[in-house]
Design a protein around this ligand. Structure first.
Ligand code: ZN
Length: 637
């Protein structure tokens, strides 16, 4: 559906009301905006990748005169559950009271305390920004990108109060510098800055401040409306993106999500939304925020003028954008109780990331098929990919999704050669739990109830009024919501699916929807039981799967393969050799472990049937057709 059609769904009166409400909100927020802290961010030295930040206290708490103030930088960024110690990149920090240097004491790895100050307190520091990821900050002569959690020190005593941010125009750079013609893209509310301009922005609290990433550069900007609300797509970096095609596909996806949560009054929980997209040669990732997302994608994944079919890479990009957009409701406003409020100084533990990341992973592609951006067959192929990815992980038999959620900080985010054997992703397995809940509810209520109803109930109870009544989902509460939304008690099944490690019987669940599932091996070669990596002319073992032939023969991760049956081995020669052998044959393998040559006898096994193929039956009965359309939307057939 083109963007213009998406817009026309919203009655004109409603559109006018939305824009009036936005204007009024902007006017009121400007009038009442009285920040306690001001940050001035200067694009100090692009060649050295250094920002300079000056923080000034505008409303001094009484005790500043006796005990100074505490300043601290987050150890992690919400949405990415790993301790990253952003303070590693902060230096040259100094404090001044009425212009005179005062003492600053470092109290722990990411905190400082100033000496007492009677007068105007300011703190100046530099931040090294050279990580091209959605989680931190990156700055050179072509652009600047930052998350507030990497650059803005939090004043503990004033964190709940409004703060201003002045993004300074780089007038100190030469006139022909790219940054001199840069624009500013961010969902940060403007408090003086012109649209896309340098100048003064602001936030109602530190928590809000760090939830609006900022891109500064000479980017492309594409705009569309979904349910009458403006959405901006910023594309930075060298690209040939067909913006018209991109917004024509994004608009119906966004509309479908807004209508999922607010079917009666289709409005999103923000006045405007920004997709901040960084294009690179090879990359993929996204991070959600309350009114924007930071995305990183491969150049070839974006659509180009004249592109006819959607490429797999483009569908993956749309899935990523859909995923991060869905988080605007689910995890940015419906949150685990463990994140209310966030403690940014340490790990925040929850056994529920399967609800937040898993369900979002389920809905990201589902929204593409429901909005007819992909076909039903393309959706079933993507779902087959998710099932296969879980089946390829022996760790699914060792770790539950609830454990995976709790241990995200030390396991999912810090993977090594053993991870496939010991962990399961709460994204992929969580998406399968969402699928199981959705199919079960649909089947047992004859299509009257579904996971959509559970999502809406969560939104009404926890999300819609989160700003005025912040309350999160308690660790043991989810089944209650399922029961209230559907009338069904799924406690026993939910416990089995989320606390247990047995595979979910999805093939049976998909039957009433007219979908058959077949499992096959990835290829018809016998199995070595290891994942190989060819690097710098060496073929080594990246992972040895527990219980597989390589493991039983004594091979280990990092062993470098030298020869198989006396012949020098490369990735392609090994593949050719395996194609000529069968399960039960034994290979004589020579490998280096560090600098020692070792010999192993590897008895090949049949390859496990991990690859799921989902097929819509050629002839559907009436109930199957109606169940399938209820699930995937009218255009799936
Ligand atoms: Zn996510």
């Amino acid at each position: 559906m083109p963007a213009c059609c998406a817009t026309s769904i919203v009655p004109k009166t409603l559109r006018n009301r939305v824009s009036l409400e936005n204007e009024l909100e902007r006017f009121m927020s400007n009038r009442s905006f009285s920040p306690a802290v001001e940050y001035r961010l200067s694009l100090f030295d692009p060649a050295a990748h250094l920002f300079e930040v000056t923080l000034t206290i505008l409303k001094a708490p009484a005790h500043m005169a006796s005990s100074g103030l505490e300043l601290t930088l987050p150890a992690w960024i919400p949405g990415s559950y790993m301790i990253r110690e952003f303070s590693r990149h902060l230096d040259a920090i100094e404090a001044r009271c009425d212009g005179r240097p005062i003492h600053l004491t470092k109290t722990d790895k990411h905190s400082w305390r100033t000496a007492a100050c009677v007068g105007k307190l300011s703190i100046r520091y530099r931040v090294y920004a050279w990580d091209l990821s959605v989680r931190t900050a990156h700055f050179d002569d072509s652009h600047a990108f930052f998350n507030g959690s990497s650059v803005f020190l939090r004043v503990t005593e004033l964190a709940g109060q409004a703060c201003a941010v002045v993004i300074e125009a780089p007038s100190h750079l030469p006139g022909d510098a790219v940054l001199r013609r840069a624009r500013v893209a961010t969902a940060l509310p403007r408090h003086g800055a012109k649209r896309l301009g340098f100048g003064r922005y602001g936030a109602s609290s530190y928590d809000e401040l760090i939830d609006h990433p900022v891109e500064v550069g000479d980017f492309s900007l594409f705009t569309f409306k979904a349910c009458g609300v403006t959405h901006q797509v910023v594309v930075s970096g060298q690209h040939d993106c067909d913006g018209k095609r991109l917004v024509a596909d994004l608009a119906p996806i966004c509309e479908a999500q807004i209508r999922l949560f607010e079917p009666r009054k289709p409005l999103p929980p923000f006045g405007e939304y920004w997709f901040l997209t960084q294009v690179v040669g090879d990359g993929y990732g996204g991070l959600e925020h309350r009114a924007s997302t930071a995305l990183i994608c491969s150049r070839n994944d974006l659509p180009f003028a004249g592109m006819k079919e959607s490429s797999a890479g483009y569908r993956r990009f749309l899935g990523l954008a859909s995923h991060e957009y869905f988080h605007s409701w689910h995890v940015k406003r419906i949150k685990p109780a463990a994140f209310v409020p966030y403690d940014l100084s340490r790990e925040n533990y929850s056994r529920l990331l399967w609800v937040f990341e898993g369900f979002t992973s389920y809905y990201d592609d589902l929204m593409l098929v429901r909005s007819a951006v992909i076909t039903g067959d393309e959706y079933l192929a993507a779902l087959g990919g998710t099932i296969s990815s879980v089946m390829r992980s022996p760790g699914r038999l060792r770790q539950s999704v609830a454990e995976s959620s709790f241990e995200a900080w030390t396991k999912y985010y810090r993977q090594d050669e053993q991870s496939p054997n010991s962990i399961i992703s709460y994204y992929t397995k969580g998406a399968l739990v969402a699928l199981a809940i959705d199919l079960t509810l649909r089947e047992q209520t004859a299509g009257r109830r579904s996971l959509d109803d559970v999502m809406r109930l969560l939104w009404q109870r926890l999300g819609r009024d989160f700003d005025s009544r912040p309350r999160g989902l308690a660790e043991d509460e989810f089944a209650d919501y399922v029961q209230e939304a559907s009338g069904l008690d799924l406690r026993t099944s939910l416990r089995r699916w989320t606390e247990g490690t047995r595979d979910i019987a999805l093939a049976e669940m998909l039957q009433p929807f007219g979908v058959d599932v077949e499992f096959a091996a990835a290829d018809d070669q016998p199995w070595l039981g290891a994942r190989l990596v060819q690097r710098a002319g060496e073929l080594s073992l990246a992972t040895v799967f527990s219980g597989g032939p390589a493991h039983r023969a004594g091979l280990s991760a990092a062993d470098v393969l030298i020869a198989v049956d006396s012949l020098k081995v490369t990735e392609s020669s090994l593949k050719a050799m395996l194609a000529r052998r069968k399960a039960g044959d034994t290979l004589r393998v020579h490998a280096f472990r560090r600098d020692q040559l070792r010999e192993f006898a590897v008895r090949l096994a049949p390859a496990p049937a991990t690859e799921a193929k989902l097929t819509k039956r050629a002839k559907l009965t009436k109930p199957e057709k109606s169940a399938l359309q209820g699930w995937l939307g009218k255009s799936c057939l």
